[in-house]
Structure formats: structure tokens, C-alpha cells
Design a protein around this ligand. Structure first.
Ligand SMILES: *Cc1c(COP(=O)(O)O)cnc(C)c1O
Ligand SMILES: [Zn+2]
Length: 431
């Protein structure tokens, strides 16, 4: 007799609920994107008192397989539905050279570029697509500034289901090509991310696709982001950093990481929470603007022209301003700050991470270092304590557009020609 291993492994995991962040009403797990009662943002809630704390603490001190090692606090009912490519469990790396240069200590990069498709989006995608399959879906959709689209395309291919990826017209080609390679149906939409967001939502409702848009729309995706908190806690031997810097579009990554630490607090594993710092590009910074003016609500940025190199975090929030507001609240609540960067500051951050630390970040991802550096130089945050910067996406996805590579002369394959070239840079044969 053949034992059905798949069936044997299909354990019932921890049961969770959806609840509304505005009216606090609860709903059973299902495919809904807004609170049926008030239209508010939905979030996943667990019966924390029922979590086996000893067992979970043990999980928090492991680092093997994938982020699904934390499945007790992830919203799936059956393990067999998990779609995984070993996402998560990314390195936490100390920035020693930049620390020396700027007279700082204890500064770490959480290197999310090591995920299967090159950005942290694989965490929300893996949870979202697994839950979609559990809820019976055969087709998924997503609105994305590029990375989430490439991620969903890859995971849908892996799961053997169809994906529709809605992206703004000027999405970086590296990300578009990646989604094409995974065989997604790609829809380029005129205008900014907000247009893609709205069209994906309307189409998903009309054709019954599960919408995996990770900006506070699909409530399950946020659960992937929070696993970053569990990992940092483990990697710092049970310490919680003082400061965490996150490049933010609408901000679910920032919000999700804070949620993870709050859960650790809820379970009694820590008493402190990190201060959450959001970084945006000045060209499109609705959340930082509201922060600067000390507002309680975020307004959309309807004038955004689509011109920042940090395209992965350029979300004008038109029509879903409450997404920005919930992130702003998380920044205030955690005693963090908002900071925005000029295009030059973003470029400089890309080169500093590359030249000083050997880390290749796409422009939006380098913004976490840029934002931290700006606040340190302005003396706005103390230099003590542990700071973690999220490196959210790989540089190969969106190399800085530069002609520099064309200016490198091609030489003859001879030592004479080599020396002639290097002499220009002061080379004298001694290293
Ligand atoms: C998606 C993304 C972010 C942050 O996006 P949120 O939607 O605000 O969580 C940051 N950096 C990169 C590279 C991204 O792709
Ligand atoms: Zn509600």
C-alpha cells in the first residue's frame, strides 16, 4: 500500500481571522480586500494566547529552510498549499566601512536582494499565492511598480497558475523582462502606479482573479513582511534594534515589520519595539509631506509626473490615501521619523553601498542608507543603539542609467596598451 505523504503532511495549522483596522469587526478567512462593514483596511489576527510559546521561541532561534519556519503565525490552514522557493532567512550584514567613515557603530543591512526573484516581495507573494490556492483560486493578478509583479509572475509559474501583472508604462525594463521570462500576462497601464492599482482591482473583481496587490489590499501578503522582524530578532540574538529604516511606497513593508515585532512583544519575547523610519523620494513623497506638516492624514500626490529613479517606491496614493495614513500612524506610534531624498542623494547612496560595501542596490533600495545617513549628518537621531536598514531590491533589476560603461576604452590585448591605460590613473606597476 502506498502511503500518501502529501496527505500526511497536510496538518491543520494555526487558525486566523481577518479584522478591520478601522471598525475592528472580525471576518472569517476569505477573498475580500476591504472591510465589508466600513471599507477599511483588513489585517490578519491570530489567537495569540493559543500559540505554543515554547515551540515558537524554538522556531525563532532556528534558521533553516525558509520563512515558513514561522508557519504557526502565518495564515494558512494546510501546509500542502504552501508555494515556496525558500524565500526569507536573508543575511543581516554589518556595514563596517561606512560605519568607520561616518563615525557610527552597529549598523546592519537586512539583505532582501537574496530572495528568489531579487526583492523582499517574495515574502508577501509566497503567503498571498499560497492562501489564494488554499481558497481555490486558479488565477491571480497584481498591480506593481515592478518587483512585486516579477515576484508574482515567478511564484505563479512555480504554482502552475495564471498571472496578470499590471505595471506602469515606464517600469524599469529589467523587472518587465523578468516577469516576461516567468511567462506572466503583462499589462502596461498609462500613468502612475495608482492607475495600475485601480485597473487591477476592477479587473480582478470582474473576472474573479485573486488580487495579490501587496499595498494593504490583499491582507495575507502583509504577513510575509512581518517575518523580517522574527528573523532580525533571531539574528541579533533576541535583541530588538532601536531603529529600522525602510524605503516606503504606500508602506506595508514598514507596517508589516512593526506588526512582527508587536507580535513578539505580545508573546512576551521582548519588551521594546523599534522606531520605524520611512524613506521616500522627494519627487513622490506624500507620506513624508504629511509627517513634516505633523498631519494625522496623508493626502494623495496627484501632481506626480512619474519622474524619480526610485520608481519602486513612487506611489502617489490617488484614491487610496488611507494606505498612507495607516503607515504614517505606524511611524508616529513607534517614535520613528519620515525622511525624503533628492535624486542626487539616492544616486549617491547607490554608489556608496556599492563602492564601500560591495552591495548592489536598486535606487529605491539604497534609499534606506541614504535616509539614515541624512538624519545622522543632521544630528536628528542619536548614533547609539542598533540600526537595521532594509536593502529591498537588487541593483541588477534597475541599473542606474549611465553612459560610463561606454566611456571605458577598449584596449589591445597587450601589456603595453594596458599600462598606457592605467598610467592615466597614476599606475606605476606597483599595485
Ligand atoms: C515594493 C518596494 C518597496 C516598498 O514598498 P511598500 O509597498 O511601501 O512596502 C521598497 N523597495 C523596493 C525595491 C520595492 O520593490
Ligand atoms: Zn471596518
Amino acid at each position: 500500500m502506498v502511503i500518501n505523504l502529501a496527505k500526511k503532511r497536510c496538518l491543520i495549522l494555526f487558525i486566523s481571522n481577518l479584522f478591520c483596522t478601522d471598525c475592528v469587526k472580525k471576518f472569517p478567512p476569505s477573498v475580500i480586500y476591504h472591510c465589508p462593514n466600513c471599507g477599511g483596511i483588513l489585517e490578519v489576527n491570530y489567537k495569540y494566547e493559543k500559540v505554543n510559546k515554547v515551540k515558537f521561541k524554538n522556531k525563532l532561534s532556528k534558521f533553516e529552510g525558509s520563512m515558513w519556519q514561522y508557519k504557526d503565525l502565518l495564515p494558512l490552514s494546510h501546509e500542502k498549499n504552501i508555494v515556496s522557493m525558500n524565500e526569507g532567512l536573508t543575511p543581516l550584514i554589518e556595514l563596517r566601512n561606512l560605519a568607520k567613515e561616518y563615525h557610527i557603530t552597529n549598523i546592519f543591512i537586512k539583505n532582501e536582494t537574496c530572495n528568489p526573484t531579487g526583492s523582499f516581495k517574495d515574502r508577501p507573494t509566497s503567503v498571498g499565492i499560497s492562501k489564494a490556492i488554499e481558497l481555490g483560486s486558479k488565477t491571480v493578478s497584481i498591480a506593481s511598480s515592478g518587483n512585486a509583479g516579477a515576484s508574482v509572475a515567478g511564484y505563479a509559474a512555480r504554482a502552475g497558475i495564471k498571472s496578470y501583472v499590471f505595471i506602469p508604462e515606464n517600469t524599469p525594463v529589467g523587472k518587465v523582462n523578468q516577469a516576461i521570462a516567468y511567462g506572466a500576462q503583462i499589462i502596461k497601464v498609462k500613468g502612475t502606479y495608482s492607475n495600475s492599482y485601480k485597473l487591477a482591482l476592477a479587473a480582478s473583481e470582474k473576472y474573479n482573479w485573486v488580487n495579490l496587490t501587496s499595498t494593504y489590499l490583499n491582507p495575507y501578503t502583509l504577513e510575509g513582511n512581518k517575518t523580517i522582524a522574527y528573523e532580525i530578532y533571531h539574528q541579533l540574538d533576541g535583541e530588538v534594534p532601536e531603529n529600522i529604516f525602510v524605503p516606503i511606497g504606500a508602506g506595508p513593508l514598514l507596517y508589516g515589520i512593526l506588526k512582527g515585532f508587536k507580535e513578539l512583544k505580545n508573546l512576551g519575547f521582548t519588551r521594546t519595539l523599534p522606531a520605524m523610519f520611512g524613506v521616500q523620494a522627494e519627487q513622490c513623497s506624500p507620506i513624508i509631506q504629511a509627517y513634516r506638516e505633523n498631519k494625522q492624514h496623508v493626502d494623495a500626490n496627484p501632481l506626480y509626473s512619474g519622474r524619480t529613479i526610485a520608481s519602486a517606491i513612487a506611489d502617489p496614493l490617488i484614491g487610496y490615501e488611507n494606505n498612507g495614513t495607516i503607515t504614517l500612524r505606524a511611524i508616529y506610534e513607534s517614535n520613528g521619523m519620515g525622511v525624503s531624498l533628492t535624486e542626487d542623494e539616492i544616486k549617491e547612496a547607490v554608489f556608496e553601498l556599492g563602492e564601500k560595501e560591495g552591495m548592489y542596490a536598486e535606487p529605491a533600495a539604497a534609499a534606506s542608507w541614504g535616509g539614515y545617513k541624512k538624519l545622522i549628518i543632521q544630528n536628528k537621531i542619536p548614533k547609539k543603539g542598533i540600526t537595521v536598514l532594509l536593502l529591498t531590491g537588487h541593483g541588477l533589476k534597475q541599473p542606474l542609467e549611465s553612459d560610463e560603461h561606454r566611456r571605458i576604452p577598449v584596449i589591445e590585448p597587450s601589456l603595453e596598451d594596458l599600462e598606457r591605460k592605467l598610467e592615466v590613473h597614476g599606475f606605476n606597476g606597483n599595485g
